[in-house]
Ligand binder design. Structure first.
Ligand SMILES: [Zn+2]
Length: 172
C-alpha cells in the first residue's frame, strides 16, 4: 500500500466519526501555537492537542519570522471581518535537537538570515543552537510587535525530544 492510500484509509475512519458540520472559526482553547515542522514535535501528540482546539503554525524551528507575523496579521484580519469574540493566547514551542541548529554554521548564514529577515551580522540574536534562549528571543519579538495587544498572553515552551517532556520558558 502506498503512503497516500494508507493516509486516505485513515481519513475514512476520521470522516466516519466526524459530526457532519463545521465547527467555529474560533479555536476552542483560544490558542495559536507556533512550533517546528519537525515530525517528532507534532503538538497533537506532544501536547495532546485535539481537532478544533488551536490554530497551529508550523515552520522551521517554530520561529517568529516575518512569515509568521504575516500569518498572524491574516488571522487577526479574518477575526475582524468575522467579528469573532477572541481571547487568544500565543504559545511558542521550540525543541531540542532542532534541525535549524545546523543552520548556525557560517556556510548557511545567508539562508538563516533570509528566514528571519535579518542581516547575517544579527543572527547571533536568534540563538539557533539554544532553544530556551530562542524562545525567550521570540517572545520578546512578539511582545514588541504592534500587532500583539499589550495584554495578550504569550507562553514559551521547550520540548525535549529525548524525554518527551515540555518545560515552560518565562517571558523576559
Ligand atoms: Zn525543529
Amino acid at each position: 500500500m502506498t503512503v497516500t492510500a494508507e493516509l486516505l484509509e485513515r481519513n475514512r475512519t476520521h470522516a466516519d466519526h466526524h459530526p457532519g458540520r463545521a465547527s467555529s472559526l474560533v479555536p476552542s482553547l483560544q490558542t495559536v501555537l507556533v512550533t517546528c515542522c519537525d515530525h517528532r514535535v507534532d503538538p497533537a501528540h506532544v501536547l495532546g492537542l485535539r481537532l478544533d482546539e488551536a490554530v497551529v503554525i508550523r515552520n522551521e524551528g517554530g520561529r517568529i519570522t516575518p512569515d509568521v507575523l504575516r500569518t498572524l496579521t491574516t488571522l487577526a484580519t479574518v477575526a475582524l471581518v468575522e467579528k469573532l469574540d477572541l481571547d487568544i493566547e500565543i504559545v511558542v514551542m521550540h525543541h531540542t535537537d532542532c534541525g535549524t541548529s545546523r543552520l548556525a554554521r557560517p556556510e548557511h548564514a545567508a539562508l538563516a538570515a533570509q528566514i528571519f529577515g535579518v542581516s547575517e551580522n544579527e543572527l547571533d540574536t536568534k540563538h539557533l543552537t539554544d532553544p530556551v534562549a530562542a524562545v525567550t528571543s521570540d517572545l520578546r519579538l512578539l511582545r514588541s510587535t504592534p500587532l500583539i495587544p499589550t495584554d495578550m498572553r504569550l507562553t514559551g515552551l521547550v520540548y525535549d525530544v529525548e524525554t518527551g517532556a515540555v518545560d515552560r520558558v518565562e517571558e523576559k
